[in-house]
Design a protein around this ligand. Structure first.
Ligand code: MG
Length: 248
């Protein structure tokens, strides 16, 4: 796991994070009924390259695109293609970039036009659980203090937290140790120290937490067909408040 040793390293990670965050902002504005997920992917790729960065997911274990686009009951790792977004859909978009050897990773779920109250609430719960979790992302705490707070919040709101996919350390690699579950008992895992950088990325299902992978070997969906949402930021541990590196 990376422990940032200098302000210079932190600055580069912030710049990488900002590019990822701006990509999501640009995509949020482009989302509308009728646009294909491939068109969104193109927009993302052009923007990232224009900033002198590279899409981190493209080519990763053979993933063919810049972003992951996961619609409705799709949880994560959806592949952009010719599917057109429809009014009432929700779409989770995950963006990773690498700049000067450092990675930034962020994701969020967006409504397409007017969506159901249930979908709106799920998006809100997913964002909120991330912020409940990072209250514990402080020097001296244990890693799973974050995990536990996320699960507690999600379940208190009648949703479930995905077990099969977890967050990760991030820095000079997209996925570094430790794995960061978004569930489980507190007080376990490494003690957090200044300079650690974590990608915390809860995936929340409206129904049961069980998921499965489709035949494309990438797209993960809920087994019960219920809606799913995703929210992720790259977060640095400091002497005080955690610092979110993937903010616009
Ligand atoms: Mg991630």
């Amino acid at each position: 796991m990376i422990v940032l040793k200098s302000d210079r390293e932190l600055k580069i990670m912030k710049r990488a994070g900002k590019i990822a965050a701006h990509t999501l902002e640009i995509l949020k504005k482009a989302i509308r009924p009728g646009i294909t997920t491939h068109e969104l992917d193109k927009i993302a790729e052009e923007y990232i390259l224009s900033k002198g960065a590279r899409p981190a997911f493209k080519g990763y274990r053979g993933f063919p695109a810049t972003i992951c686009t996961s619609i409705n009951e799709q949880v994560v790792h959806g592949i952009p293609g010719e599917r057109r977004l429809e009014e009432g859909d929700i779409i989770s978009i995950d963006v990773g970039v690498v700049l000067d050897g450092y990675y930034g990773d962020t994701a969020a779920t967006f409504p397409v036009g007017k969506v159901s109250r249930e979908a709106e609430e799920l998006i809100e719960i997913t964002q909120n659980c991330f912020f409940e979790g990072i209250k514990y992302a402080r020097k001296g705490n244990r890693l799973t203090d974050i995990s536990h707070a996320i699960q507690n919040y999600v379940e208190s709101r009648g949703c479930s937290i995905v077990r099969d996919y977890v967050g990760h350390g991030i820095g000079r690699e997209m996925h570094e140790p430790p794995q960061i579950p978004h569930f489980g008992p507190p007080g376990k895992g490494p003690r957090l120290e200044k300079g650690m950088v974590l990608a915390i990325e809860p995936m929340v299902n409206r129904g049961d937490f069980k998921v499965k992978t489709l035949e494309d070997n990438w797209t993960v969906v809920t087994v019960d067909g219920s809606l799913s949402a995703h929210y992720e930021h790259t977060v640095a541990i400091t002497d005080g408040e955690p610092k979110i590196l993937t903010l616009p």
